[in-house]
Ligand binder design. Sequence first.
Ligand SMILES: [Zn+2]
Length: 193
Amino acid sequence: MNSLHSSHLQPNGYWVVNLFVLLCYCTGALTEYCDEFINDRGLPEDWPCDWNNGVIPYAFNFYSQSPKRLIGLVKKGHEHLEKLSCLKFKEYNPVTLANSPNVTYLYYTYSGVLENCCLDFYTNYIGRRLVLLTPMCTMGLEVAHVTLHGMGLWHRRLKAFSDAQAKAVLFPIDCNNIVDKVHGYEKGRIRIL
Ligand SMILES: [Zn+2]
């Protein structure tokens, strides 16, 4: 009886162990592939793997004052970026994202700080990245700038973003019209500060 049980259980046991080993192997391989992708493309160190398809999740703080203004400003910023890059911004319900701890997303809210629209501040590498819009943020270009800060771009005070890193972030994947878009970026027709 025992041998009958063991002969039936053993293969199942091996199957579970093999599946576990396979899952670990796949996870390790995916992480390695992601690290290579980030290094090869020259993306920021804190670039999350789930942005490799160029789709950036985001949500609004609907509890802020004047949420309509916030939404209008951010949409203008996203339109500016989508026009000049291969990025797409996808809005989610903030509660859904808050319950998805492994998803890295931009979370737009206001800051009361009276500085220009250039706060390179967020709290998390993984999960919710705060993008703070100061009262000085009024134009799509400015919101695009602070969005790129939220995506990990950085620059010296009163300097522009590094061209190479900005291009890596703006074009993490190929898309329609990529040649024209890169050309447009290089020619400076549409600039990011
Ligand atoms: Zn800045």
